[in-house]
Design a protein around this ligand. Structure first.
Ligand SMILES: Cc1ncc(COP(=O)(O)O)c(C=O)c1O
Length: 413
């Protein structure tokens, strides 16, 4: 048994088994930049990175900042202010609603979404939530219910008073027009009862909404006194080519939620940034988390902002994204036509022709030296760090074309 296989076996003995985790597909030894290397020496370009790797893995400025912070102040109970947490709050709120905003920091995305909902409920005095069928906003008992139907009944009851509407990315189901019609019907049927609409401005399956969708939704929300909450946990922080993904759509939500890459790709951190008018319940603990003001987490986020700003990485995401488009979109590879969707470096590539199946796509990607997750049975996620070089982008495109050729050869057999 190899070292890697041995570790996978030990992992599978001690962790509860769950979808997408244990038993694991391999065991990692190192992760640097775009690259991950397993314990048996296989190297993959990471097109997944759990949506945390905006700066690539183990960015040297993040690692250096954390070592420094460990020597300075490694923890702070939440009742004390500390310099990294306050500076982070100042820098993030400075970027939202012209600085007329406040925030809460939390140790994970799911908790952040639930906190955003609490803020909206307090502000409106209503409890109803609208979410998109088939969305994903985390795995807490509050956030998981936002995903829609089809949850396993063994999980028991989830948050109630959630109303699901058709998602814009379901083109067969009517797409954006169906979503708008559902939203209007939901408001009609629940007049004065809806607190918020929760959605990703661009779902991380990389389907781009039509340009008028969010302005129309935002207008309807304003008319109804409903708060618009954008989940930018995978898509924020420059990934789509703008610091906030919603900047593409000409709409500013009442609340935006960041997460994942905010912790520099090494630590868990999320932020709920909302209009300052939502500062309404000082007597409650709306976002009460042990690590909410952890200086180490905040320092990782500050270093992340520094790297993004110093390198103008949102602009880099636009350039590299265009390069990927030129190399892949509309190209024929082994008889399969490729289509690249998404914005910046949050992308997905679809292979036309017979559906290959998600497991087959992921296996073929690994054989091509790519670690990627399928977005459906014809497409694979292409989520790349904003620090990707010209040459690395070309390498990614070559590997994806090779994957399409293997897929086509398999069709012929
Ligand atoms: C869109 C979106 N929202 C929320 C979450 C939940 O974040 P976390 O896993 O940090 O709780 C995820 C995680 O994949 C996500 O993709």
């Amino acid at each position: 048994m190899t070292d890697g296989a041995n570790l996978v076996a030990r992992d599978a003995t001690v962790f509860y088994h769950q979808h997408g985790s244990s038993p694991c597909i391999g065991a990692l030894r190192t992760a640097r930049g775009l690259w991950i290397e397993d314990m048996d020496g296989r190297r993959y370009i990471d097109l997944h990175g759990n949506s945390c790797h905006h700066l690539g893995h183990a960015h040297p400025r993040i690692i250096a900042a954390l070592k420094d912070q460990l020597d300075e102040l490694a923890f702070s109970p939440r009742r004390f202010a500390n310099a990294p947490a306050t500076e982070l709050a100042e820098r993030l709120t400075g970027r939202f609603r012209n600085g007329r905003s406040r925030l809460l920091l939390l140790p994970g995305g799911s908790e952040a979404i639930e906190t955003a909902i609490r803020l909206a409920r307090i502000a409106t005095g209503r409890s109803g939530i609208i979410a998109l069928e088939g969305s994903y906003h985390g795995h807490g008992m509050g956030s998981l219910g936002l995903s829609g139907r089809g949850l396993d009944p063994r999980l028991g009851s989830q948050l109630t008073d959630i109303h699901h509407i058709a998602p814009y990315w379901d083109h067969a189901g009517g797409g954006a027009e169906a979503m708008l019609a559902d939203l209007a019907a939901c408001f009609d049927q629940n007049r004065g009862r809806i607190a918020c609409l929760v959605a990703e401005p661009m779902r991380s399956n990389a389907h781009v909404p039509p340009p008028d969708l969010w302005p129309r939704c935002a207008e309807m929300c304003t008319e109804q006194g409903v708060k618009l909450i954008f989940d930018e946990i995978p898509s924020g922080l420059g990934k789509t080519g703008r610091f906030f993904a919603h900047e593409h759509f000409g709409v500013t939500p009442d609340i935006v939620v960041l997460g994942k890459a905010l912790g520099g790709g090494v630590l868990p951190l999320a932020a709920v940034i909302g209009d300052e008018s939502l500062n309404l319940a000082p007597e409650l603990a709306v976002g009460h988390y042990t690590h909410e003001k952890n200086p180490l987490l905040a320092r990782a986020a500050l270093a992340t902002l520094d790297v993004i700003e110093d390198g103008d990485l949102a602009a880099a995401a636009v350039d590299r994204g265009r390069q990927l488009e030129r190399l892949l979109d509309g190209r024929e590879a082994g008889g399969r036509r490729l289509a690249l969707r998404g914005l910046g470096l949050l992308r997905a590539l679809s292979f036309d022709g017979a559906p290959a199946g998600e497991a087959v796509l992921e296996q073929l990607a690994r054989e091509a030296g790519l670690s990627a997750t399928a977005k459906d049975d014809r497409s694979i996620g292409v989520s790349l760090p904003l620090i990707s070089s010209d040459e690395e982008i070309r390498m990614v495109a070559n590997r994806l074309c090779h994957m399409a050729e293997v897929l086509s050869r398999a069709d012929e057999c």
